[in-house]
Unconditional design. Structure first.
Lengths: 566, 263
């Protein structure tokens, strides 16, 4: 059993519960250099969290500018049409490459993975720090393009426009190339950690499902990102050296770029969603106070998604001139890849059935996720149907679809995970009421913003368009109102979390009653993660933990016949 | 590998064995990413060769098979010296390890030297990629006469041309650029010969960058080996560098026939 010292301290809390006043990873070593040169995965995870949330803010600012412009259908004093192209390119590139792809694995995964394994660190701590600095370098190079000629190609960089536009494509693309290596090394680190650092008794099928999600993600990061790497190198070579591989005048083929690009970028979207699904698996069990349902199915579905995701890239190219046979095959495979995701959703719902639902803030995000990801996933199927795709391609329907899965899926799960692990990371509880208000406002604002876009898109409103016909203006206005609501909700979330750092109640070791190993050390954890190496048990045995009002958290139930641990 | 020298055992590993196996797994995964990186270029090769086989059959004759074969032998030898070096590290034979690392680096430098000669010839003849292609293609140009190791030029056999179907029409909008057939009656060189050289230079160029990177890594191993850091209890970096080097060799072994030995 875990060695939590349950004698009380002067504050009435069990000693070993909260380590804010004492030695923990935040206080172990002081000064800027101890952070910049740290090898501690928890500190690296925190640094990632800071830069990733900053990227989310930057991408969000671009989004708000776009939505504000779109209040009116004609020319706007806010920005001209060229600037608008730059805005949506930057919004996409920043959100995708700086925020959402590193997102959960780097910011939360880095912190939590070794703790879930009962380990002291990831397999390669120095490569972990290198990954972080590669992120910073890539971000600086990419963002440097903003001042030297912000790219206006869309985040997809399609040729021939990307090879001929006079904006600084090379800087943006070089930055993304470096970011790709950050992603590859993170994936490499996680795969080796999961293979080699599992403790005694933690077989593959006794691992927390978040690790299965991270593992599937890491496989994709390792296998898919290099293809993006070579694609971007070829794009740079095309612009800088006139290689001619995508230029028909030189014997090349611009559609080849699309194939190469989407061969990475489709698996990339599963890099975005798999860790999010892993988080949901953890949260849904803990906040239903019930063992996860269908562990094996959920675990295998992560691998199935990872494998199938490589086979569907052509569904981004149904109208690019590929053959009907190719279109049919890709459409069929796209329908197949939805199945493992659906398997997960059903298992989560089954977990909730007859559970004791606890509507804490993380659970509100779980419920949001189930609804929003459900819509996002189903609309993906509409887009995957060949005949329907001809009408919906490049309309707002696509925009709404991917925002439902990326934001309604990944970001919502990220926020849920952030609220779940926040007490562990910082030793503080946030205000629960404001947490719920934020979650609710985010949900309402998000749906207002993007459901409107499904309707607009199905009526033919094209995406990436500065001007639009006036019949769509009511939709755009409603969508922008939703965007502002969403922004306010996110501000509330941010302020609530930030405020907790200064005024939050000190957190116990296990505020939520989770059965995974990270809850068996103090909040925040010590530098070496565990006072003594924990013994791995069933990661979903939540019913073995009981709430103790004196410490405001959960403790292990005593074996039968003895009084509960005090 | 139990009971390892405590200095090399990182605090987050329980045993040296776990650390060594983790390192190996990590390096194999990295090699997989390299294969996928080159995979994109092999895919481009496959695409262009399948839709324009005549370009590849025609243009590959500008490559010097003999130099390519020598380079292949050079890299295979360097893999041999590398593998032997790893064995010496395992056996604690430091002097041999140092000499073999030097030999591997020297062979790599030889490879790069021959590649430089080849590139220089292409540059002089204008046999470059995409928009820089400037060669005159009335006859397929033979390799230059002044070279350190002259090799016989393959004789131009007009009959070989007859095996190729006539060049298909290029994609719509194709600008008339590059060399044109001199006589209407003779088949002449195919259109877009520069595509071959785009593929050739990107593939061998990326490979060359990896050779240089490998030389740097091996030089670092050499420095550490001369300081006596490697022995039977700890030779992991040499082992992992060896794995990387073997992959660099393996990629060339695929590049050589695909680019030089087209039939």
């Amino acid at each position: 059993m875990a060695n939590i010292d349950t004698t009380t301290d002067a504050g009435g809390r069990g000693a070993g519960q909260n380590a804010l006043g004492g030695d923990n990873y935040l206080t172990h070593g002081r000064g800027l250099k101890s952070w910049l040169f740290t090898l501690d995965h928890k500190r690296i995870g925190l640094m990632y969290l800071v830069v990733i949330l900053s990227s989310f803010l930057l991408g969000g600012i671009f989004a708000m500018l776009i939505r504000t412009k779109l209040l009116s259908p004609g020319n706007s004093a806010l920005m001209d049409a060229n600037t608008y192209n730059q805005m949506f390119t930057l919004h996409g590139a920043v959100m995708i490459f700086l925020f959402i792809i590193p997102g959960i694995p780097a910011a939360l995964g880095n912190f939590v993975l070794p703790l879930l394994l009962g380990a002291k660190d990831v397999a390669f701590p120095r490569i972990n720090l290198l990954s972080f600095y590669l992120w910073v370098t890539g971000a600086l190079i990419a963002l440097g393009s903003i001042v030297t000629g912000a790219v206006d190609t869309g985040w997809t960089f399609y040729t021939p426009y990307s090879t001929t536009t006079n904006t600084n494509v090379i800087a943006m693309v070089a930055g993304v190339f470096v970011l790709g290596f950050s992603s590859i090394f993170t994936g490499l680190n996680f795969v080796v950690s999961i293979h080699k650092l599992r403790p005694q008794g933690m077989t593959w099928f006794r691992m927390p499902l978040f690790l299965w999600g991270i593992y599937g993600t890491a496989i994709l990061q390792i296998m898919a990102t290099p293809v993006l790497g070579i694609t971007l190198l070829l794009l740079i070579a095309e612009r800088a050296l006139g290689i001619g591989i995508f230029d028909p005048a030189l014997g090349g083929d611009p559609i080849l770029f699309q194939h190469f690009f989407w061969f990475y970028s489709h698996p990339a979207v599963y890099i975005m969603i798999l860790p999010a699904m892993g988080i949901i698996s953890e949260l849904v069990s803990v906040f239903s106070r019930k063992h996860i349902f269908g562990y094996t199915f959920i675990a295998y579905s992560s691998i199935a998604i990872a494998v199938l995701s490589f086979l569907v890239w052509g569904h981004h190219m149904f109208v690019s001139g590929q053959s009907l046979l190719a279109g049919m095959i890709f459409s069929f495979l796209t329908f197949m890849v939805a199945i493992p995701s659906a398997v997960k959703v059903f298992n989560w719902l089954a977990t909730m059935y007859k559970g004791s639902i606890w509507l804490a803030t993380p659970m509100l995000y779980v419920l949001s996720f189930l609804f929003l990801f459900g819509i996002g996933g189903l609309t993906g199927l509409f887009l995957g149907a060949l005949a329907v795709n001809v009408h919906l391609h490049d309309t707002y329907f696509v925009v709404a679809h991917f925002h439902y899965v990326m934001f309604g899926g990944t970001v919502i799960a990220f926020l849920g995970g952030l609220h779940y692990w926040w007490p562990k990371m910082f030793g503080r509880m946030y205000n629960e009421l404001w947490g719920r208000v934020g979650a609710l406002l985010v949900f309402v604002g998000f749906n207002t913003t993007f459901f409107t876009q499904f309707v607009m898109g199905s009526q033919g409103a094209p995406r990436r368009s500065y001007h639009y016909v006036s019949q769509f203006q009511p939709y755009h206005v409603l969508s922008t109102i939703g965007a502002y609501t969403l922004a306010i909700g996110l501000v509330i979330v941010a302020v609530n979390l930030a405020h907790s750092l200064f005024r939050g109640r000190p957190a116990p070791a296990n505020p939520w009653g989770g059965a995974t190993l990270e809850w068996q050390t103090s909040s925040p954890p010590p530098h070496d993660n565990f006072p003594t190496t924990p013994v791995a048990g069933d990661p979903y045995d939540v019913e073995a933990w009981t709430y103790d009002g004196r410490i405001g958290g959960f403790v292990k139930k005593a074996p039968a016949g003895q009084p509960a641990a005090s | 590998m139990t009971g390892a020298h405590p200095e090399h055992l990182a605090h987050h590993f329980d045993t040296a064995e776990q650390q060594f196996e983790s390192g190996k797994l990590g390096m194999w995964i990295f090699l997989a990413t390299e294969i996928l990186l080159f995979g994109g270029l092999f895919c481009a090769y496959a695409v262009y060769r399948s839709i324009h086989p005549e370009i590849f059959v025609y243009a590959h004759r500008f490559l010097d098979k003999a130099l390519g074969a020598i380079n292949t032998a050079v890299l295979i030898c360097s893999s041999f010296t590398m593998a032997w070096a790893v064995r010496c590290a395992q056996l604690g034979r430091q002097r041999a390890l140092v000499r073999l690392l030097v030999a591997t680096i020297a062979l790599a430098a030889c490879f790069l030297g021959i590649k430089y000669i080849e590139y220089q010839h292409k540059w002089k003849e204008g046999l470059l990629w995409g928009k820089y292609f400037r060669a005159k293609l009335e006859q397929p140009a033979g390799p230059p006469t002044a070279r350190p190791t002259p090799a016989p030029t393959p004789a131009f056999n007009p009959d070989e041309r007859s095996l190729i179907p006539p060049a298909a029409e290029g994609p719509g909008g194709l600008a008339k650029r590059g060399p044109e057939p001199l006589l209407a009656s003779s088949p002449g060189p195919p259109k877009d010969v520069q595509v071959f050289f785009a593929v050739y230079f990107t593939m061998t160029g990326l490979h060359g960058i990896h050779v240089i990177a490998g030389m740097i890594v091996l030089a670092l191993m050499l420095v550490r080996a001369t300081k006596g850091e490697f022995g039977p209890t700890y030779f992991t970096p040499v082992d992992l560098a060896g794995l990387y080097w073997h992959l660099v060799d393996l990629i060339w072994i695929f590049l050589f026939p695909l680019l030089y030995l087209i039939r």
